[in-house]
Design a protein around this ligand. Structure first.
Ligand code: TNX
Length: 519
């Protein structure tokens, strides 16, 4: 059956007759099963022409809820007579429907019927539930803008892999991508870069064109609703106090104007860690409270990500205003000032019923607000420290799950950045480090996330190539109950991938071909 991600239990009934999904098959959606019936009708209707008209108890496809199965769990029973899909909740029904689609064969991933025979599904019982509740994928739409349609397409690709958190990196030095009504220049100015060379200096990819784009409020509402219908939460990231030059270019008063001529700063056209950071003033806090007020309105997600990564402290060291602040607040140093800055928003968000998330640098300065979530990217260390201090942790160590990093050391790799991380390496990624395994702090690791940064990925083709097939391996790591890394069966995974490539082909995904891009 070659399911990806692998379910917990699969019990085939080889002697039994298969189920045939005929054009006239009916569907009965029980109470609480949510939008999965509509989704199944859309997807299977397009691929096979089946209408799945509403049927009563005797329907061919039955969707049910049994809360005892637990959150996001499902049980899928296929007999010659019927397909019965029971979820622990509506999300479980939806994840079960993803399995059902895979069981219908690669043609189920096409958007028009090819006129082949009706899909036939071997009799089976699948019992399944996720290992982690945060199964994340981060898209950097700041460095290179990805239009809304592309984001919706990745939502569908995530759903097919049972991933459930889409983290959108919406702001950075090189672009601001979300419309904020109160501060229109954030996108009028901040969403566009001058015509210049913005490729990595050592990379063969040079982007010579002006670049830009942003999502309107309605675009965001659409993305959020589309994702919600697929049980995916969209977590916005507004990166502060570093990675903020696009905002400073739009509103120069946000920068350290007593150290640098902030009015002369444009949207950044090079990559890397940038010295031009936000000023730690009351005015800047108010500005970002206004921004976040609109962000909270657009994104129902409980978790709101405020970055906090890579904020060099040299401007704060030189700025009288920043030094006054440190004295007024009785702080030890600039790191404590960053901690104060992030802490302010942590409390501000908590007052509004939301949870602050940040990269592991938010641990700097020592006083992280209680309840904050830490995304551990510089290895596992920050995540271990945070978990032991009782914080929620999402593991996304760059050495393991940064999908912008190259997949091969050879010259064919399109943009050779970072460490080599193969499909097999990603399949061996283990979110819970040995130090936490079996301790109470293990429970604080709520999941993991694969991140794709787009400095050198300037098109959907480039992003697809970097993301796939490694995201398929990542999905298995966060969903399936895999053994310890050294005991993972890579051959079995590779065998299942050969069918999965056919699904990705049907979906039009331009993945890195197994063995590389050789003609
Ligand atoms: C580090 S991960 C960054 C990003 C870069 C990425 C490139 C993180 C929080 N910061 O700004 O895009 O490396 O791989």
């Amino acid at each position: 059956m070659d399911l990806i991600p692998a379910p917990r239990h699969v019990t085939p009934h080889p002697a039994a007759e298969p189920f045939v999904l005929t054009a006239g098959a009916t569907l009965d959606a029980g109470p609480g099963t949510g939008g999965t019936a509509r989704w199944l009708r859309g997807v299977l209707g397009a691929a096979f022409g089946t209408e799945l008209a509403p049927g009563a108890d005797g329907a061919a496809v039955r969707l049910r809820i049994d809360a005892e199965l637990g959150a996001e769990a499902y049980r899928l029973e296929v007999t010659a007579q019927a397909v019965t899909l029971t979820g622990g909740d509506a999300a479980g029904v939806f994840w079960g429907a993803q399995t059902l689609r895979q069981l219908c064969g690669p043609a189920a991933f096409r958007r028009a019927a090819l006129g082949g025979p009706a899909p036939s599904i071997a009799a089976v019982l699948v019992e399944d539930r996720p290992r982690f509740r945060w199964r994340g994928f981060m898209l950097d739409v700041a460095r290179h803008f990805l239009p809304k349609d592309v984001v919706l397409r990745y939502v569908d690709l995530m759903a097919a892999h049972k991933l459930n958190v889409l983290h959108l990196h919406l702001t950075d030095d090189q672009g601001w991508r979300v419309e904020i009504k109160r501060y229109p220049r954030l996108t009028q100015t901040g969403a566009w870069r001058e015509r210049t060379k913005v490729g990595l200096r050592e990379s063969p990819l040079w982007d010579e064109r002006p670049h830009g784009g942003f999502y309107t409020g309605d675009d965001i509402r659409e993305i959020v609703a589309y994702a919600a219908a697929r049980h995916i939460t969209v977590v916005p990231e507004i990166d502060v106090p570093g990675h903020s030059q696009a905002a400073i270019a739009a509103y120069p008063e946000l920068g350290n104007a007593d150290v640098v001529d902030t009015a002369a700063l444009g949207v950044l056209t090079s990559w890397g860690v940038n010295v031009n950071v936000l000023a730690p003033t009351e005015g800047v806090l108010r500005f970002y409270e206004d921004v976040l007020t609109e962000v909270l309105d657009l994104f129902p997600s409980k978790v709101i990500h405020l970055g906090g990564d890579e904020c060099p402290k040299e401007q704060w060291m030189k700025s009288d205003a920043a030094q006054d602040r440190i004295r007024e607040l009785g702080l030890r140093d600039e790191e404590a000032l960053q901690s104060w800055f992030i802490g302010h928003f942590g409390r501000w968000l908590a007052d509004r019923g939301r949870q602050l998330a940040g990269w592991d640098e938010i641990l700097q300065g020592g006083s992280l607000v209680p309840g904050a979530l830490v995304a551990s990217w510089r290895g596992y260390g920050g995540g271990i420290k945070a978990a032991e201090a009782g914080h929620d942790v999402v593991m996304c160590p760059e050495q393991q799950v940064y999908l912008d990093h190259r997949q091969h050391a050879g010259p064919d790799e399109p943009v050779p950045i970072g460490f080599v991380r193969t499909l097999e390496d990603v399949h061996r990624f283990e979110p819970v480090p040995p130090r936490l395994a079996g301790t109470p702090a293990q429970e604080r690791v709520i999941g993991a996330q694969a991140n794709i940064w787009t400095e050198v990925l300037d098109s959907v083709r480039a992003v697809d190539y970097a993301v796939f097939p490694r995201l398929s391996a990542f999905a298995e790591v966060v969903w399936s109950d895999l053994p310890a890394p050294e005991r993972r069966d890579h051959e079995d995974f590779t065998a299942r991938m050969s069918t999965h490539y056919q699904r990705l082909d049907a979906l039009g995904v331009e993945y890195r071909p197994p063995g590389g891009p050789h003609p």
